[in-house]
Design a protein around this ligand. Structure first.
Ligand code: PMP
Length: 383
């Protein structure tokens, strides 16, 4: 015990449902985990070499608050592939992972009591981020039968029209859903009509297996009301380097930088050098990793179909979100882990719309995926 009284705001936010499950999985050593949300690949060598080189040259100081000029310029060039056009001077902020950018956006752009509509099932950080900022999360549940697509009807039904801000993430964690231009145009029209600002988490943009990634910020009338998040964790397999960024209108990015300059000062310098090289020289590695994820995705989907496990066709990120056989995802995940040592995450951890589903990550080698699918098949045969 200590003299500290945890703040009510923090005490009211439950611990992450994903973590709890990992702790269970860590108790034994024969587990094949399809639970983790990070690449099984190592960052491309040239990016690592750039990090080593920057250390050898003694670049161990802070950078500019917003990130090195060179990296911001390279990011501006990179996002042009998504039809986005941002000024490296004041419309791009380099952060310690997309995670920091997301947290900054809530803190810098929300007032206490503001409604923040969060498209769910969702990545686990948005709701707590909104709560830490004193704002009010409004769940916007999407449905398996619509392939977890976001539509104006879904927004209308959940009361998003009364929110100040909308948070979406495509390609999606945890469902793997992507959205095409037409679908996003309908969402954009809703946002304009109801004067919503938009936070668009596009960290899985490169991992789009059918069609091409469309950024909502590239649609007419959306640039001025959207902040886009991206980073190096997923496409470049650089999770541990902790580097991401936000792009948006200068006043939004300026406000985020106001918080960032006092709380973080600058994103990790070594990682910024690695990221610069990743953007300049590592396209080929990204393409190769992406092709491997796609192969795995098709393999797991095919095995699910053979086993009669219902699973929406997911065309992005590295997740599938099948229905839990029997309907109770928590009981199924615990039973599968106990009997066969295969870890999947119950969908309830990802908020509304997630119940009865399992998040299955295929950021795992083919051999492990084969083993996991064989064990799943045996489990289904025996239960
Ligand atoms: N957004 C989504 C949707 C994610 O899945 C993750 C990582 N799991 C993040 C953001 C955070 O990424 P980073 O490592 O850049 O902080």
């Amino acid at each position: 015990m200590s003299e500290f009284d945890v703040s009510e705001r923090v005490a009211s936010v439950p611990p992450s449902g994903i973590r709890k499950f990992f702790e269970l999985a860590e108790e034994r050593d024969d587990v094949v985990s399809l639970g983790v949300g990070e690449p099984d690949f190592t960052a491309p060598w040239r990016a690592r070499e750039a990090a080593i080189d920057s250390l050898e040259r003694g670049r161990t100081s802070y950078t500019a608050n917003r990130g090195t000029r060179e990296l911001r310029e390279e990011i501006a060039r990179y996002v042009e592939r998504f039809d986005l056009d941002y000024d490296p001077d004041d419309e791009i902020l380099v952060t310690a992972g997309a995670s920091e950018a997301i947290d900054l956006a809530f803190r810098a752009l929300c007032d206490p009591g503001d409604g923040v509509a969060i498209v769910q099932p969702s990545y686990v950080s948005y709701v707590p981020g909104v709560q830490f900022a004193g704002a009010e999360p409004i769940p916007v549940p999407t449905r398996a039968e619509d392939g977890f697509a976001l539509t104006p009807e879904v927004l209308e039904r959940s009361g998003a029209a009364d929110a100040e801000m909308l948070v979406l993430c495509y390609p999606n964690n945890p469902t793997g859903a992507t959205m095409d231009r037409e679908g996003l145009e309908a969402v954009a029209a809703f946002a304009r009509e109801h004067d919503l600002t938009v936070l668009s988490d596009e960290i899985y943009a490169e991992l789009t297996y059918e069609g091409e990634h469309v950024s909502i910020a590239s649609l007419p009338g959306m640039r001025e009301r959207t902040v886009v998040f991206n980073g190096f964790s997923k496409a470049y397999a650089m999770t541990g380097l902790r580097l991401g960024y936000a792009c948006g209108p200068a006043d939004a990015i300026g406000a985020m930088n106001r918080v960032h300059q006092y709380t973080m000062l600058s994103a990790p310098t070594t990682a910024q050098h690695a990221a610069l090289t990743a953007l300049r020289e590592c396209d080929e590695e990204v393409t190769s990793m992406c092709a491997q994820y796609d192969r795995r995705r098709r393999f797991v989907l095919a095995r699910f179909r053979e086993m009669g496990v219902e699973c929406p066709e997911a065309t992005g990120a590295f997740y599938l979100f099948p229905e839990a056989p029997g309907g109770d995802a928590e009981a199924f995940a615990e039973g599968l882990l106990e009997a066969e040592g295969v870890a999947m995450v119950p969908g309830d951890a990802f908020g509304a719309g997630g119940a009865g589903h399992l998040r299955v990550s295929y950021a795992t080698g083919m051999d492990d995926l084969r083993t996991a699918m064989d064990r799943l098949e045996r489990f289904l045969d025996n239960h």
